[in-house]
Design a protein around this ligand. Structure first.
Ligand code: IMP
Length: 195
């Protein structure tokens, strides 16, 4: 059974493929499926809404089962920001350095007990017959005072879980703890009710 994943990110495709292969599911990007998907504006105010917007649009356009995800960082001291704006927090979409600099400057002199945060990942799956489901994974941490480690991406070097930031963990170590790992483990359980 073929599933479309609404992303150009081959790492996300490979990750989902690895997880769904034992269920006999093939995960294809639009390129791999020989189709084209329009860019979807992420106009939602929640991760759930944005994941649905992307999965629903991909499903309607392709006629295939379509999976999409949306994720980001929520910092308590900033009332949940950057949230759905995580990728463009520093002003330029996907500029990790600027995003991290802005986060550090907004948390300057904020003590550790007030630097609590969580990563959130929502994964939505839409079926051509109109059924859909969404799973949500979270991971609690603390925003460090400075970057540590150069693994991972995005806010990983600032996100402390225990003694280490995500930037200091191997991919396998991060998967076991991460919001995305948690969401995908729930996804595997949920998808069994639909196929
Ligand atoms: P996307 O939903 O994968 O596009 O992620 C949105 C943004 O959230 C990314 O650009 C990162 O800034 C941030 N983000 C999401 N997941 C992670 C993660 O696992 N580590 C670090 N940053 C993340």
């Amino acid at each position: 059974m073929d599933f479309l994943i609404a992303t150009h990110n081959m790492k996300k495709q490979a990750e989902l493929q690895r997880i769904l292969a034992p269920l006999g599911i093939n995960v294809l990007t639009a390129d791999m499926a020989g189709t084209e998907l329009s860019d979807v504006e992420e106009t939602g105010t929640t991760f759930e809404e944005n994941a649905f917007l992307k999965a629903n649009s991909g499903c309607k356009e392709s006629g295939m089962v379509c999976v999409a995800d949306d994720s980001g960082l929520m910092v308590d001291f900033l009332d949940g920001a950057p949230g759905v704006y995580s990728a463009r927090f520093g002003g330029e979409h996907g500029n990790d350095k600027k995003n991290n600099e802005k986060l550090l400057s907004l948390l300057k002199d904020v003590p550790p007990e007030k630097r609590t945060a969580r990563f959130v990942s929502c994964v939505c799956c839409c079926f051509p017959d109109g059924r859909h489901f969404t799973v949500r994974g979270e991971c609690e941490g603390i925003i460090a005072n400075e970057v540590h480690g150069n693994g991972g991406f995005g806010y990983d070097p600032l996100f402390l879980v225990g003694e280490k930031t995500f930037g200091e963990l191997s991919a396998e170590e991060k998967d076991k703890l991460s919001h995305r790992g948690n969401a995908l483990r729930k996804f595997v359980e949920e998808i069994k009710n639909y196929i």
